[in-house]
Ligand binder design. Structure first.
Ligand SMILES: *Cc1c(COP(=O)(O)O)cnc(C)c1O
Length: 359
């Protein structure tokens, strides 16, 4: 069997969720959209369900996958519904929905629901993606609250630049949100992972941590909170071939790496960009072989990559390789490869996921 796999530590996931909730000082929806950022939504939800206040996904397809797997906890649809028929499914499967555009407000106001729905009314406080203008937000609140099909409303907004700790935009968004919500008696929700980890004063009743649950740091630097995160995924494989080359020999596509020393030992790892490893990882990117950092040598191929083992003579056929995980922080690797940790984790595919579930 091909040795490439992703080892998912569900104990670390629970640890990170508890950290999020401790920082939030309130309730937290575990964001497990996009198959839990590449970690497997059903297994992650099962691991968190006994303690999670609820989950958030992008769309109803993702929510129904969780319901079909037996998840009974609240599930919020972050993009809301895409057409009127989905409103019936939301009621049928007891889901929570974001309402973020005027047509969704109208559709909900006209909906004869078999049961009252919990609605997250979203305001655009400066991100300018989804969300109602302050005027539409207030009008929607007046129209929706008190309707029989609306059980309760949570007021939410989304932060655009919370990962930039020296940027005043986050405070401006928080002020705009507070102003627009004045007088509305409802719970609030502002923070994604960078909001929680970098702006703990923002609070709100509900946090919405995603990336941090998986142990990745949304900032270029560390702080006392990010230092407490535990990596959840280790992407692993093995050395499947070793060769020795003389000087001036090219390795791999495009000869991006050329040997210099009298003898260079090149190891081949069964892991490539089709598995989600960054295709444009530069020469010298650390690859952990039997616990030692060895430099990537040459372009990453679809199914394989090559690494210079010259300074680690004990490495051999079958040596254990870690591409990222507890020995190499995913955020650090992503930054070196000029991709985001979000994209890198969501991009993991083809490799089987193995789950470690220790308390
Ligand atoms: C994805 C998402 C989150 C989680 O963001 P992270 O940065 O991964 O913590 C929170 N809220 C909304 C609306 C989202 O779309």
């Amino acid at each position: 069997m091909r040795p490439a796999h992703a080892l998912i530590d569900l104990g670390a996931l629970r640890h990170n969720y508890r950290l999020a909730r401790r920082i939030a000082g309130g309730k937290s929806l575990a964001v497990i959209k996009a198959d839990a950022y590449g970690h497997g939504a059903v297994r992650c939800a099962q691991a968190l369900e006994p303690e999670a206040d609820g989950f958030a996904v992008a769309c109803i397809e993702e929510a129904l996958e969780l319901r079909q797997a037996g998840i009974r906890a609240p599930i919020l649809l972050l993009e809301g519904f895409f057409d009127n028929e989905e409103l019936s499914l939301i009621a049928e499967h007891d889901l929570w929905t974001v309402v973020a555009t005027p047509w969704q407000v109208q559709a909900l106001a006209a909906f004869k629901s078999p049961r009252p729905l919990r609605v997250w009314l979203k305001m655009d406080s400066g991100m300018h993606r989804l969300g109602l203008t302050p005027e539409d937000f207030r009008a929607a609140w007046l129209r929706l609250h008190g309707l029989p099909q609306v059980a309760s409303i949570v007021l939410m907004t989304h932060l655009a630049r919370a990962d930039e700790l020296d940027n005043s935009r986050t405070d401006e968004q928080a002020v705009a949100f507070a102003l627009a919500s004045r007088g509305m008696q409802a719970e609030t929700s502002l923070c994604n992972s960078p909001g929680l980890l970098g702006w703990p004063a923002l609070r709100g009743d509900w946090a919405r941590p995603g990336l941090m649950l998986y142990g990745a740091n949304p900032f270029p630097a560390h702080n006392t909170f990010t230092d407490q995160l535990r990596p959840v995924m280790s992407l692993r494989s093995k050395i499947i071939s070793v060769r020795e080359l003389g000087p001036h020999e090219p390795v791999g596509y495009g000869a991006r790496f050329v040997t210099e020393r009298p003898v260079t030992r090149i190891g081949v790892v069964a892991m490539g960009y089709a598995d989600g490893y960054p295709q444009f990882a530069p020469n010298g990117t650390p690859v952990i072989v039997d616990g030692h950092a060895c430099p990537l040598a040459g372009r990453v191929s679809m199914d394989m990559l090559t690494v210079d083992l010259s300074d680690h003579p004990a490495a051999t056929l079958g040596s254990e390789v870690q591409l990222w995980g507890d020995a190499l922080d995913a955020s650090t690797l992503a930054a070196r490869c000029n991709v985001s940790a979000y994209q890198m984790l969501c991009g993991v595919k083809r490799v089987p996921r193995l789950y470690l579930d220790e308390a």
